[in-house]
Design a protein around this ligand. Structure first.
Ligand code: S3P
Length: 425
């Protein structure tokens, strides 16, 4: 589907409630599936990816019923059943990597498959540590399909080279079923939703700096209310900062400090942003964010902050086109392993629109402030975050931007355009 985006001339104004967090939604259905009893999950994501996790759990014997479009009751015996078909993770890396940790320690065999993009993504990062725990996994040269032969796992002490929440979560989930302690250390802190939710559901888990320890545990069914996704809010944050005459309030946004790198960067760039009404929801920090159009200056984004904004880098690139000076993004080589090679994709497509942006092996360099021209067709590379970032670029381009493959937005944020329209009335 092609979407034509026109320049916004009046500013974005008003309030929107940001829909459910994708990462937390995945974890809610997976962990509720491991708990004995009925869990009530409120504000579950409408995105296709979390629904892939729900379908996989259904194939493993759980039952669920939607009470309304975002609330579901999920019932499990606490013991997964052998699936009768391959488990389809769709486009979702989180489903494949976290489920591989859960499935490695079961008493049955299973096979995880994915779409064309997911079947190209690296799985060695989970196969290697799981194998050290005793897991038996066949793969297609360390890519999907993953054929998992369930077995009794042993806890390990693992020092990960990657700061990846998917790898960390996979190993901690395997640790739930392993004999002895599993101790996982990461170089920098990645998102910690797994640790927070496992603790909330009764697991023996604790974290000290960048090391998390887990022991074999039985989870308890719980009520889980999911906050709004800061990675979805990011598109509105950037749009409100760069479209002149904007003032926007984003309600119910998750503000877990392992996810708020975009707010730190915006502050460094001189953005006019306020956090209102901070509170706690199911162990997670939440609040409302007020954003006004701002004069921005460039900055360097590198090191420890990268995992805290990894998914926001495509839209941060759009932001940087409007910041005075040279913005440098470094240490983000794993962006090449996402739903697309996001370094290449962002650079190619923003160049077409008129940005001054160069690719580097581990990021990009952007010279601003540069007026974007538009009057061009751009591609989404089957990547939801690219589609939404290009939409934001279209809002400040002199002439229209035609985005091919815009339907990929539904992977994480089907409400995206409707909410943007609300702010443009
Ligand atoms: C996610 C972790 C991140 C992120 C992805 C969701 C998660 O991936 O990019 O969109 O839910 O754990 P990595 O762990 O590969 O960095």
């Amino acid at each position: 589907m092609q979407k034509i985006v026109n320049k916004n001339l009046n500013g974005l104004k008003g309030e929107v409630t940001i829909p459910s967090d994708k990462s937390i939604s995945h974890r809610a259905v997976m962990f509720a599936s491991l708990a004995k009893g009925t869990s009530l999950i409120k504000n579950f994501s409408k995105g296709e990816d979390p629904h892939s996790s729900l379908k996989v759990c259904y194939s493993l014997g759980i039952e669920y019923e939607f009470i309304n479009d975002t609330t579901l009751k999920l019932t499990s015996t606490g013991i997964l059943k052998a699936p009768i078909k391959d488990l389809d993770c769709g486009n979702s890396g989180t489903t494949m990597r976290l489920m591989s940790g859960i499935l490695a320690g079961q008493k049955f065999n299973s096979t995880l498959i994915g779409d064309a993009s997911l079947s190209k993504r690296p799985m060695k990062r989970v196969i290697e540590p799981l194998s050290l725990m005793g897991a038996k996994i066949n793969s297609n040269e360390n890519k999907a399909p993953l054929e998992i032969f369930g077995t009794q796992l042993e806890g390990i002490k693992y020092n990960s080279k990657l700061a990846s929440a998917q790898v960390k979560s996979c190993i901690l989930l395997a640790g739930l079923f392993a004999q002895g302690k599993t101790i996982f250390t990461e170089p920098y802190t990645s998102r910690n939703h797994t640790e927070i939710m496992l603790k909330y559901m009764g697991a023996e888990i604790y974290t000290d700096k960048n090391t998390t320890t887990i022991e074999k545990s039985q989870l308890e069914a719980k009520e889980i209310e999911i906050c709004g996704d800061i990675s979805s809010a990011a598109f509105f944050i950037v749009a409100a900062l760069i479209v002149p005459n904007s003032k926007v309030i984003l309600k119910n946004v998750g503000l877990n400090p392992t996810r708020t790198g975009i707010l730190e960067v915006a502050e460094k760039m001189g953005a006019n942003i306020k956090i209102l009404d901070k509170r706690i929801l199911a162990g997670e920090e939440v609040g409302d964010i007020e954003i006004c159009s701002s004069d921005l200056k460039a900055c360097t984004i590198e090191g420890e902050i990268i995992p805290k904004l990894i998914d926001e880098l495509p839209v941060i690139a759009v932001l940087a086109t409007q910041a005075q000076g040279t913005t440098i993004v470094k240490d983000a080589q794993d962006l090449r392993n996402k739903e697309s090679d996001r370094i290449k994709a962002v650079v190619n497509e923003l160049k077409k629109i008129g940005a001054d942006i160069e690719e580097t092996p581990d990021g990009f360099i952007i010279n601003g402030k540069k007026e974007l021209i538009g009057d061009v067709e751009v591609e989404t590379y089957h990547d939801h975050r690219l589609a939404m970032s290009l939409y934001v670029a279209g809002l400040i381009s002199q002439k229209p931007v035609a985005i091919n493959g815009f339907e990929w937005v539904d992977i994480s944020f089907p409400e995206f355009e409707k909410l943007f329209t609300q702010l443009q009335l």
